[in-house]
Design a protein around this ligand. Structure first.
Ligand code: HEC
Length: 111
């Protein structure tokens, strides 16, 4: 039992670290050069809008991971000309971290 409690105590801060790691990774991999967290445009979806669109979809993690790995276009408008580039250099766990981070975002209420 004590072991279990200690295990939980150690895991608790990991959630917080995951947030910062994902944000740092998104910056490092230039995701944030195109995407904004909350500024949605016709050509580049904000991460909050992406989260809103796919939240609750059981296939979302797999679908978005595949999308980040291989890139794509035509889902968010931009006349099909706005490209999401492929990121073949990301590991499976890096992609998962980014997807979980994006899907966890909540829309900030309009000011
Ligand atoms: C060159 C600009 C650019 C960069 C860099 C970029 N994206 Fe995108 N991303 C886009 C565009 C444009 C779209 C919309 C594509 C579409 O309409 O299908 C998109 C779409 C997405 C989507 C939603 C896909 C869907 O089908 O709904 C996710 C998730 C995403 N990007 C994550 C990322 C992540 C994570 C990174 C960094 C590893 C990244 N993007 C880097 C431009 C970019």
């Amino acid at each position: 039992m004590l072991r279990f409690v200690l295990f939980c105590l150690c895991l608790a801060p990991l959630g917080l670290f995951a947030q910062t790691d994902a944000a740092a990774l998104a910056k490092e991999k230039a995701c944030l050069g195109c995407h904004s967290i909350d500024q949605h445009t016709m050509s580049v979806p904000s991460y909050q809008k992406i989260a809103e669109k796919y939240r609750g979809d059981p296939a979302a993690v797999e679908y978005l991971s595949e999308k980040i790995r291989n890139g794509g276009k035509g889902v968010w408008g931009g006349g099909g000309r706005s490209l999401m580039p492929a990121f073949l250099n990301l590991s499976q766990s890096e992609i998962r971290l980014l997807v979980d981070w994006i899907l966890s975002m909540k829309e900030t209420p309009a000011q």
